[in-house]
Design a protein around this ligand. Structure first.
Ligand code: NAP
Length: 330
């Protein structure tokens, strides 16, 4: 007969095995380049990953047009096509892809728990976070009320609706210039409002924007209010010149906000170490987060490079890190 201690150990092992039977090897949260690349690598390593796509399948590239800097496409490729290809490649090796949003996680107990907006509860031996980042808002009166009624955060999604209208783009980075250039396909005049007198954008985009006769510039100024109604749409913006400290009304029929992004990390708050902007901290050059078995990759970690190709590279690293972690537990 077994004494209590031995039978206790057997019972514990038995319960652990039962729990492990219904437990995923790898759950990937997010479906941008980092998420899909992690899925391709994890699936090819026979880990049968489960990937939750989130509210915007394909991530930020799914709402962009030409991608000219992703290697392997000399003529460029449309963002949605690139993401569709990545998805197909991940599925080809056995990734299960679910169109649900993860709304809650528990990384305090092992195996980890993941809960989705459809009340699906999943247990995981390892998790790869690739939830990316979302567009930042100005936080001025009129912005929220007129979002979708003349205010947009995405030229490639909404540009078509502004045919023939004069527009304002806010920001001085690559996104602002790219959006402004794109909008000149539809608009006779696009005015870029930037808070400094120097652009942050890359030289190649600056050159294209400066050479575009439909683009005009308002320097050292911020938009302090967006004026209009849901019935009539946007009619004007209030602009403050920061040098002269003067405010004035500027007529426009649409406002595109392109002032950067915030990481999608609210559901991980309190469970993982983050920096003061909410980006998840990882142990570079690895993708280890502060919880063993949880990895993070892409824009949710990286506020410096934020490119599709760098996100894909980190997704690959996260899958390899997860594979090694799982091996080390066997
Ligand atoms: P970003 O580089 O962070 O630029 C944000 C811009 O918005 C900056 O000019 C900033 O002004 C301005 N800004 C920020 N907060 C503001 C506020 N509250 N009011 C007014 N202006 C504000 O963001 P991004 O342009 O989205 O680009 C993010 C990353 O993606 C970058 O690494 C970029 O290279 C990359 N990207 C690449 C491409 C491409 O290669 N085709 C396209 C898009 C994005 P300051 O300059 O004064 O800080």
């Amino acid at each position: 007969m077994l004494d209590f201690n031995v039978s206790g150990v057997i019972l514990f092992n038995f319960l652990e095995e039962v729990l492990e039977m219904g437990t995923e090897n790898v759950v990937i949260i997010g479906s941008g380049p980092a998420g899909y690349t992690a899925a391709i690598y994890a699936a090819r390593a026979d880990l049968a990953p489960l990937l939750f796509e989130g509210v915007q399948p394909g991530g930020q590239l799914a709402i962009t047009t030409d991608v000219e800097n992703y290697p392997g496409f000399p003529e460029g490729i449309l963002g949605p096509d690139l993401m569709n290809n990545m998805k197909k490649q991940a599925e080809r090796f056995g990734t299960r892809i679910v169109f649900e949003e993860v709304v809650k996680v528990n990384f305090n107990d092992y195996p980890f728990t993941i809960i989705t907006d459809k009340d699906r509860e999943v247990y995981a031996k390892s998790v790869i976070i690739a939830t990316g980042a979302a567009a930042k808002k100005l936080g001025v009166p009129g912005e929220e009320e007129l979002l979708g009624f003349g205010v947009s955060m995405c030229a490639t999604c909404d540009g078509f609706f502004f045919k023939g209208k004069e527009l304002v783009v806010v920001g001085g980075g690559d996104s602002a210039l790219e959006e402004a250039i794109y909008l000149t396909k539809f608009s006779p005049k696009v005015t870029i409002v930037h808070r400094r007198d120097k652009l942050r954008a890359s030289k190649i985009l600056q050159k294209r924007a400066f050479n575009n006769p439909k683009i005009e510039w308002i320097w050292s100024s911020v938009v302090t209010e967006i004026i209009g109604t849901r019935e009539k749409g946007v009619e004007a913006v209030k602009i403050k010149n920061l040098v002269e400290d003067k405010e004035y009304i500027f007529s426009t029929q649409g406002v595109f906000i392109a002032i950067g992004h915030l990481p999608n990390t609210s559901i991980f708050r309190g469970q993982l170490d983050m920096d003061d902007k909410g980006y998840i901290k990882v142990n570079h050059p690895y993708t280890y987060t502060s919880v063993e078995g949880v990895f993070a990759a892409g824009d949710v970690v990286d506020y410096i490079y934020r490119q599709a190709v760098t996100a894909a590279g980190m997704g690959c690293k996260a899958a390899i890190d997860a594979e090694r972690f799982l091996e080390s537990r066997q």
